[in-house]
Write a protein that binds this ligand. Structure first.
Ligand code: BGC
Length: 787
């Protein structure tokens, strides 16, 4: 029979039963003999909180009133991970209250796929962001939600939405890039998809967990700028305009059930005890009614955590003691935490469970046979096809039927590559690029392979072929940032002769996939030997591409997921159009970008660049990146008509920008029109050169024209004005705004002026000062066919 920590509590008072906790760490719903499933509130239940005509708040209050203080305290600290990760266990388990019929609640990572046993390894989230497609994000979240549910979980610890501030971030792969609007659109759709399955999502890491830190004292963990100690200093305007809108959208527009507070400090106070972040902003200003979960080990101070807004510590007893029954009991008994504060946290957890139907449905059974593997594999492949971003093409792609000999080169052509840490997923199968290219090429094409360890051999093989495809990758992992912005950062603890497998395991046994290969040198050498060289990058984010002028084609495939090989082959052969556009800027060299050569900014985290992160920095400083934010090519061509801007539009729109796009080529392809807004800038209130306010990915048939309408809300035009009251607020500053539609942040095609509370020459629309600042995401763009 499974040990219950509650039973331990009953006989040991408030003493933490470490033995029981340790044994529970090995427990899993899978290990139990099958019990007849029953909902916590069965139809015959006499409990007053089982009355479904009552609101979740009322039901939570009734339940909480029935609990003893010990039961309430026990609910705030979870049992930690059960057989963490690939061995099959949940990432977290709460403590049950059997006396009142509340079973355990099960949690799993994560944002890239379920980190529990084997699961569908999706293309990584940065790839999802590269689709610029909310429908793909919904499908992605739904797929992970369904697999999490089929593995007996009630909560999935994703999505990760932290903003890409430095290209060295070890977790860049796990999030959605450098643009707040794109992150918000992707995150909201992900959450809606995941929560449509009945599972509760968890948006993380709140907030400013923008780096992992540089490797410090071996073999512990990164200390220099580590997420565990770093203090993210940020001014209020930057906080509200850049680092919070995607969390705000997750709460207000995604209706996310839980929020995970992060390890780092924000302006001096730890995120999980930061009253301004958790109480003033999250609860009071945004109206968040779910519960706040601490990252694993991120709670530091029982009293401050309890008093300042942290509801739940999932890894209680293993790596975190802040919400141990002893600690909470003492805090209450000593009067430093009021009983009502504990009641409030308990009610937030219960209210969320009631709101998500947890009490009224059968428990989710942990049984992988419920998973439709074929459907999920197809989804993973489809999203990767849409995510692949074509950065350079001198006409070599799609590969022509005349190509009869292909040299495939590089270690990652034969290896599954993904990010390390809690975003790691053990795939249900892997289709490598080499396998898929060989299969797609067919029997009349010869495909040769070498890993590139011998550059001489690789160059000779490339020269002897019609086309060389060089597949390279990098190493990104939670817990440590990259030491360079390159493919092979040889000083990285986890790189060089090692590779990450699953949750941060090292490849210590030769031959390791990278095997000491200097990938940049390898690509350069091969491109010199074979002019028809296509470089394929399987990276978690931006890397330097010093050989880019030499190659004929450059394909960014990201960490492509378990079906990635098939998607790469289909794009290379032109079966599908590459739909991706960059959600992050690719620097031309290591001197570019807001954090380059400034140790106070990085690995220090003073955020003194303010709003000038990502493309905003490049635009403000006039830097020319290798590939700009929003860049990506199609196999077809598009022409754009002039943008029109009108007042009003759908509900919530202050104005609507409309553009017609024609596919002028001979095959179907994805156009991704991007709408940028330039706000009136002054010395007193400076603005970035332009910022994304809306976008749409749309497939257009050859010869056809579509009209895309982009509603812009008052919030699209607004800035966070710290002079408005003590807390600051959103407002549209009077002046002339320029709405520009482009194919990227640098390929800008057509503009119009919008006047707001001012007289502007050539203004198409004149609007007042604006009042509706509630929702961070403007209504979605719509597409109609016009021919
Ligand atoms: C990560 C979280 C993750 C947790 C549980 C932490 O190290 O930061 O994102 O959910 O571990 O695995």
């Amino acid at each position: 029979m499974r040990l219950s920590r509650l039973a331990g509590l009953a006989c040991a008072g408030l003493v933490v039963p470490l033995l029981a906790t340790a044994q529970l760490a090995g427990s899993s719903r899978a290990a139990e003999p099958p019990a007849p499933p029953v909902a916590p509130c069965t139809s015959s239940s006499a409990h007053p909180w089982c009355d479904t005509s009552l609101s979740p708040d009322a039901r939570a209050l009734l339940f909480q009133k029935a609990m003893t203080l010990d039961e309430e305290i026990a609910l705030l600290g979870g049992q930690g991970a059960a057989n963490n990760g690939a061995t099959g266990g949940h990432t977290g388990v709460s403590v049950a209250v059997p006396r009142l019929g509340l079973p355990e609640v099960y949690f799993t990572d994560g944002p890239v796929g379920v980190r529990q046993g084997k699961a569908t390894a999706m293309p990584v989230p940065i790839a999802l962001a590269a689709t610029w497609d909310a429908a793909s994000a919904y499908e992605y979240g739904r797929t992970i939600g369904e697999e999490a549910r089929a593995k007996g979980n009630d909560v999935v610890l994703g999505p990760t939405v932290n903003l890409a501030r430095t290209p060295q971030n070890g977790r860049g792969y796990e999030a959605y890039g450098e643009e707040t609007q794109l992150i918000a659109q992707t995150g909201v759709a992900w959450i809606k998809g995941a929560q449509s399955t009945g599972v509760i999502a968890d948006v993380k890491h709140f907030a400013l967990n923008n780096q992992e830190g540089q490797f410090g004292v071996p073999p512990l963990f990164a200390l220099n700028g580590s997420r565990h100690i770093v203090n993210a200093e940020v001014d209020d305007r930057t906080l509200h305009e850049l680092y919070l809108p995607h969390f705000e959208a997750a709460v207000k527009q995604g209706d996310v059930g839980t929020v995970m507070c992060s390890y780092n400090r924000i302006n001096g106070e730890w995120a999980c005890q930061n009253a301004k972040m958790l109480q003033t902003i999250l609860e009071e200003q945004w109206g968040f009614k779910g519960f706040v979960v601490a990252d694993y080990g991120a709670s530091k101070d029982t009293v401050r955590n309890l008093n300042n807004g942290l509801d739940f510590v999932p890894a209680q007893g293993s790596i975190d003691q802040a919400y141990s029954p002893v600690a909470i009991g003492y805090a209450v008994a000593s009067g430093r935490v009021k009983r009502s504060v504990v009641d409030g946290h308990v009610r937030r957890i219960l209210r969320t469970l009631f709101a998500f139907g947890y009490f009224d449905r059968l428990p989710f059974l942990n049984d992988d046979t419920q998973i439709d593997n074929d459907a999920d594999r197809a989804t993973a492949q489809r999203i990767e096809e849409r995510a692949i971003t074509l950065l350079k093409n001198n006409g070599i792609l799609p590969l022509k039927p005349s190509v009869k000999k292909i040299a495939v080169i590089g270690p990652y052509a034969k290896t599954f590559i993904t990010g390390g840490g809690s975003g790691g997923v053990s795939p249900t199968r892997v289709v490598t690029a080499l396998e898929a290219i060989t299969a797609r090429a067919g029997s009349d094409v010869t495909v040769t392979y070498t890993d590139g360890a011998s550059q001489t051999k690789a160059a000779a093989m490339a020269a002897a072929a019609d086309v060389a495809i060089v597949i390279t990758g990098d190493v990104q992992t939670e817990g440590q940032d990259k030491s360079c912005i390159g493919l092979s950062c040889t000083s990285d603890f986890l790189n060089s002769n090692s590779v990450l497998i699953g949750r941060g395991k090292l490849c210590l046994l030769a031959p390791c996939p990278l095997n000491g290969i200097n990938q940049d040198a390898m690509v350069g050498r091969i491109a010199s030997a074979q002019p028809n060289t296509v470089a394929v990058l399987e990276t978690g984010g931006p890397v330097l591409t010093p050989w880019r002028d030499k190659v004929a084609g450059l394909v960014q495939a990201w960490y492509p997921g378990q079906e990635g090989g098939s998607a790469i082959a289909r794009v290379l052969f032109g079966d599908v159009d590459p739909g991706g556009r960059l959600p992050v800027t690719f620097p031309a060299n290591a001197d570019q970008g807001s954090t380059a050569h400034d140790p106070d900014r990085y690995p220090g985290a003073d955020h003194s660049e303010g709003l000038l992160v990502g493309y905003r920095w490049y635009d403000a400083k006039g830097q020319s990146p290798a590939y700009e934010f929003g860049a990506g090519l199609s196999y077809t061509t598009f022409s754009y008509g002039p943008v029109q801007v009108q007042a009003g539009g759908v509900a919530g729109a202050a104005s609507t920008a409309t553009v017609e796009i024609t596919n002028t080529g001979s095959r179907a392809g994805y156009a991704v029109p991007q709408v940028y807004l330039s706000k009136p800038s002054s010395a007193a209130f400076p603005q970035p050169v332009r910022q994304l306010v809306s976008s749409k990915s749309v497939s257009i048939e050859p010869g056809r024209t579509v009209r895309v309408s982009f509603p812009l809300s008052d919030r699209s035009f607004a800035s966070w004005d710290t002079s408005l009251g003590t807390a600051g607020g959103w407002r549209t500053l009077p002046g002339c705004y320029t709405v520009t539609v482009g194919k990227s942040s640098r390929e800008l095609l057509t503009s119009r002026t919008v006047a707001r509370g001012a007289t502007c020459p050539d203004a198409s629309v004149s609007l007042g000062s604006g009042t509706d600042f509630f929702l961070p995401l403007a209504p979605p763009a719509t597409v109609v066919s016009v021919d």
